[in-house]
Design a binder for this molecule. Structure first.
Ligand code: FAD
Length: 318
């Protein structure tokens, strides 16, 4: 079922969904099932599976020789979605990127997931890879998620890259896109970020999932701003519990989000990561309960390969 249909069916209740990462190359599918199993008790509406593009590394061959290698550490997004749908009979949603994809790759990815009976996809640009300072699209690919949304929306109309295709079938994807209550790190202002977010909706996106935030007021203000700009699609909040001390620095650095002073001081007081995990769980429960009270139809959790803390939160909220 499409995410937008799930939202319609929620009829005033608040439902659960979460995101998983494909396992590192070399691990088997059970690593991901072990993380999903404990969360199935809370009847998730859907499970998102992230996409991880290739990175370039340099292998030292000795004699001052370096060999450039292409590595994809977490392949398997489509296979994992198929495995999740098959095992749990829940909607699995692959993320698809501009980065590392030609338009042809994009079309073939979409055809694959369509054949698997997947009718949801989240369209994202992707970040710069480690060897680049700025995000660089493939020569034959898309520079912004809004362009990727257009390609998906075109396929929904039966428009393929090869204009000579006869009697081509239409896909029926429900398209999600990302957004940033605290502004995307490259955007010069929140207003400009929302201006381009609106382009993604105008090009055919059906709903939005936000970056994590730790202060609900930032989400509420962001939703108000989007509504004032005429963005009327559902805006699903993305939540992540702080779990280890290094998150104090990693989360603001990597995701460009602020942690509230009160949360920071609670974490600093903790003796070990076990105590920090508990603080993170309790903070996220409070955030979730407030969002639930506000009537938000879906709360989406970033599990990042660990499910015990998400389970502890879900037990209190759903
Ligand atoms: P875009 O919407 O293209 O925006 C990127 C920047 O460009 C923004 O600053 C925007 O304001 C600006 N912009 C947009 N259009 C234009 C234009 N026409 N002209 C000028 N500026 C413009 N990354 C992964 O690698 N894999 C994942 O699975 C993944 N999942 C994610 C899930 C969610 C819910 C979110 C919020 C992010 C996810 N990311 C993922 C990270 C994402 O790829 C990065 O945040 C990336 O830097 C931006 O992606 P976007 O789709 O928001 O980009």
């Amino acid at each position: 079922m499409k995410v937008t249909e799930h939202i319609k069916n929620a009829k005033g209740s608040t439902q659960f969904s979460f995101e998983v990462l494909p396992p590192l190359k070399g691990q088997n599918i059970n690593t991901i099932f072990d993380n999903i199993d404990p969360l199935m008790d809370f009847n998730p509406l859907f499970v998102d599976v992230t996409y991880h593009r290739e990175e370039y590394t340099y292998k030292n061959l000795g004699n001052d020789l370096l060999k450039k290698q292409v590595v994809r550490k977490r392949p398997g997004t489509i296979g994992i979605c198929a495995a999740i749908q098959n095992k749990y009979h829940v909607d699995a949603i692959p993320h698809i990127l501009c980065g590392g994809f030609t338009k042809e790759d994009t079309e073939n990815f979409l055809i694959d997931i369509d054949f698997l009976g997947i009718n949801n996809v989240v369209a994202l640009r992707g970040d710069a890879i480690k060897s680049e300072t700025y995000f660089t699209p493939d020569k034959e690919g898309h520079a912004y998620a809004s362009e990727l949304v257009t390609q998906i929306a075109d396929l929904n109309k039966g428009i393929y890259l090869d204009e000579d295709l006869q009697n081509s079938s239409k896909t029926d994807f429900c398209i999600g896109v990302g957004a940033y209550p605290e502004k995307h790190m490259e955007a010069p202002s929140l207003d400009s970020d929302i201006y381009f977010l609106k382009k993604k909706i105008e090009n055919g996106a059906d709903y939005i999932i936000t970056q994590m935030f730790f202060d609900n007021q930032k989400y509420f203000d962001f939703v108000d701003k989007c509504r004032a700009e005429g963005i009327n699609v559902p805006i699903i909040p993305g939540l992540k519990p702080v779990a280890v001390k290094k998150h104090l620095n990693v989360l603001p650095h990597r995701f460009h989000v602020d942690l509230p002073e009160e949360l920071i001081s609670e974490i600093i007081k903790c003796k070990d990561n076990k105590a920090i995990r508990q603080v993170g769980v309790e903070w996220c429960i409070q955030q979730s309960l407030e969002l639930k009270k506000a009537g938000i139809p879906i709360l989406h959790y970033y599990s990042m390969g660990k499910s015990d803390n998400i389970r502890a939160i879900a037990k209190e909220v759903f």
